[in-house]
Ligand binder design. Sequence first.
Ligand code: R1P
Ligand code: URA
Length: 233
Amino acid sequence: MTFHIGAKPGDIAETVLLPGDPYRARWAAQKFLENPVLVNEVRGMLGYTGTWRGHRVTIHGTGMGMPSMSIYANELIRDYGAKTLIRIGSAGALQPHVKVRDVVLAMASSTTHTPSSTIFREMQFAPTASFDLLAAAHKAAQGKATTHVGMIHSSDTFYNERNDLFDQLQRHGCLAVEMEAAELYTLAARYGARALAVLTISDHILTDEALPAADRETSFGAMVDIALEAAFA
Ligand SMILES: O=P(O)(O)O[C@H]1O[C@H](CO)[C@@H](O)[C@H]1O
Ligand SMILES: O=c1cc[nH]c(=O)[nH]1
């Protein structure tokens, strides 16, 4: 048991899928895992452990934003021994060719700040996915969803007041914006774990098209499939 996770030692698998939304964790565990058992509900941040094709897997919510992701990723890696962490999140598209419901595999993520910025001081650290997971996810995605691989942005805000920043990101090829991947990649690098973000486009920054909350909670099956296949490739 840690400050934020009530699971007993051994309750958490070495492979952890991480949606921001705890209800997406419940939906994905019930739909994809055999014998899912609730291992955490502290603060309503649901975590389940079960098996997928014989492999133990935990699916655990992270909440929204990098400070919340940082708390869960730190405790999962340092206290429970998680070794492969795959975010299964939603994101807003920043390019015209990236459409709602497409999947984005985040090769790298830019930021303005992360919870780790204080330790890097003047350095602009490059948070990057684990190549083996990225390559396996790319292969697993074939035939499951229209998939894009590239750079994303992890923002500290959902309600952006700086459209000029999004203009520059779009101009430099950034595919999508979300709020957690960069800190996950940074912590995985620090502690020698593997990490990837598999994202489903829930809305389009350029057109304002958006999926309803129920779809964001439960209709993102392709990314869960891709994440599970990549984890055990
Ligand atoms: O759907 P999740 O995984 O929560 O991800 C995205 O959705 C939230 C904002 O609505 C942020 O957490 C962002 O990163
Ligand atoms: O951070 C996010 C996540 C989904 N969609 C957005 O526009 N931003």
